[in-house]
Design a protein around this ligand. Structure first.
Ligand SMILES: C[S@@+](CC[C@H](N)C(=O)[O-])C[C@H]1O[C@@H](n2cnc3c(N)ncnc32)[C@H](O)[C@@H]1O
Length: 218
């Protein structure tokens, strides 16, 4: 199990580094947690403010392939694939990649040509066979479940992955009080989050042996 930044090629978030100016309301949270059009392609206060393919995941896909030493035709699953950008780039690089996401909107509006590889589903109940995949990736997704469900999602990822070390999980975190304050002013969908040691504790409870990294707003 190692901490590794597989998203180092992506430019730092364009999110403001200071706290959110206008207070977030329960309505913002409720709407963003529906993972519909407002969350992906609505205004910024509900989520992404426009989630469009721009090729930034190509370099990440290359880094994933290199890191796990994957070969052409091997099976990769992206848990929380949204519109399938990473799945597309993995497929273009020769992987037999698939994705699942809770958002029907995201799958219906997925990037061209890979819809048959994307499924609506919950990270805590993967509809795949044991050991079906050579690698399993989940980026900025499982913190959207409560702690107990989050554990189930990690166990599910381990179940469907052949080599339990070929898993990468990235989640929201913060390393000091200031980062925590900024994070809490922005957070809309996450239900479980904490300092890295809190995540590491949860990983330990799952006997997680894969790799991981943190998304920190700073
Ligand atoms: C912040 S987005 C990340 C999307 C993509 N992985 C990326 O990094 O661009 C979080 C994603 O998790 C999905 N999601 C939320 N809860 C989920 C669940 N229980 N099971 C599967 N996907 C979920 C959302 O629909 C959304 O696509």
């Amino acid at each position: 199990m190692a901490e590794i930044n597989l998203l180092s090629s992506i430019p730092k978030s364009r999110r403001s580094v200071s706290e959110r100016k206008e207070a977030k309301t329960q309505e913002h949270i409720n709407i963003s947690r529906m993972y519909g059009k407002e969350y992906f392609d609505g205004s910024r206060e509900y989520g992404y403010g426009g989630y469009k393919y721009d090729g930034r995941w190509i370099a990440v896909a290359k880094d994933i392939i290199k890191h796990f030493n994957l070969h052409k035709g091997q099976k990769v699953l992206d848990v929380g694939c949204a519109k399938g950008f990473l799945v597309k780039d993995l497929v273009d690089l020769g992987m037999d990649a698939f994705g699942i996401d809770i958002s029907k909107y995201a799958i219906e509006n997925s990037v061209k040509g890979i819809k048959d590889r994307l499924f609506v589903g919950n990270a805590n109940k993967l509809e795949f066979r044991d050991s079906e995949f050579d690698a399993v990736i989940s980026i900025n997704t499982i913190h959207n479940l409560i702690r107990e469900e989050c554990k189930i999602a990690i166990l599910e990822m381990q179940r469907v992955c052949k080599n339990k070390k070929n898993i990468f999980i990235q989640v929201d975190s913060y390393k000091n009080e200031n980062q925590k304050k900024i994070f809490e002013s922005w957070v809309l969908t996450a239900k479980f989050y904490g300092y890295p040691n809190e995540w590491l504790e949860l990983f330990k409870e799952c006997n997680y042996n894969g790799d991981y990294f943190w998304t920190i707003i700073e």
